[in-house]
Design a protein. Structure first.
Length: 288
């Protein structure tokens, strides 16, 4: 009620002038006129219509439940540190490696790797459902259709670094690793106009040289994952086989050649799991 009173009061303070040019008198919150009441009713109707549209869109795409809405991005970003056991020598001077973002918000983050499958229905589905996600691209899989990922970027998706050729990084020299990472930095900047700050090593494997090379190429953080999504299941890193606030979920640009289903099928399964557990999908970059 206090919030409503403040809103009504604010609506009543618009500048206006009578014949004398004097400002119009402000009404007390309890004396608000029909204009203020109408504005409140209109806002309520708009909120109701927006929710009905979300429900209809979820049904259109075959979701069992309407996805929960993520809270507003935090004004103060959480401090990101390397997960215990994931450190390399000299880690304090290198980009942090983490699987979960420290937050009390009941949110998880969806990340998608590689770039093999280029399903236009997936892009349309995610755009209509307004589900945020972050992409980590390997150029050897992406280069045959850069425009597909440009459409993704135009819809608000951040395109990040997953190396040029998806090689096993610890098996390469420092210079070879740097070529893989910096080369993909250059490619993404050339094709999409923005140099990434996030890097995910192929297979989640890295050593000190990987992180040193990544830092030299402008990488600020190395998000791994705490759960992995498929079309018919979710695999978990933790012993309790469950989601936790701030968990990063990994999945891949894959289709029927690799899965018994499509990318939209995978999203339907992910969203059922996430929503059933009371989580919303938030934008990773809003927390970093």
């Amino acid at each position: 009620m206090a919030l409503a009173a403040l809103l009504v009061a604010a609506l009543g303070t618009g500048c206006g002038a009578g014949d004398s040019g004097a400002p119009a008198k402000t009404k007390a919150a309890g004396e608000a006129g029909p204009g203020a009441a109408g504005a409140l009713a209109n806002a309520a109707e708009q909120a109701k219509a927006a929710q009905q549209a979300r429900i209809a869109t979820a049904k259109k795409w075959g979701l069992v439940k309407t996805p929960l809405m993520a809270p507003a991005a935090p004004k103060a970003k959480p401090e990101i540190t390397t997960r215990d056991g994931f450190e390399v020598e000299g880690q304090d001077e290198l980009p942090p490696v983490f699987t979960t973002v420290p937050t009390e918000d009941k949110v998880v983050f969806l990340t998608i790797d590689d770039g093999a499958e280029k399903d236009p229905e997936f892009v349309k589905m995610m755009q209509e459902l307004k589900i945020p996600y972050t992409a980590f691209l390997s150029d050897y899989l992406v280069r045959d259709n850069y425009p597909y990922f440009k459409r993704m970027q135009d819809a608000g998706v951040t395109l990040n670094n997953h190396t040029l050729n998806h090689r096993y990084m610890p098996g390469l020299s420092y210079e070879q690793q740097r070529e893989e990472i910096c080369g993909q930095q250059d490619t993404i900047q050339k094709q999409f106009g923005k140099r990434p700050t996030l890097f995910r090593p192929p297979y989640g494997n890295y050593n000190q040289d990987t992180l040193r090379a990544a830092k030299s190429c402008g990488i600020k953080a190395v998000p791994l994952w705490n759960a992995e999504a498929f079309v018919n299941r979710m695999d978990y890193r933790e012993w309790d086989r469950d989601l936790h606030p701030g968990d990063i979920i990994l999945t891949h640009f894959r289709g029927r050649e690799d899965w018994k289903g499509t990318m939209p099928d995978m999203i339907r399964h992910v969203m059922k799991t996430v929503t059933d557990k009371g989580y919303a999908v938030a934008r990773l970059e809003d927390y970093l």
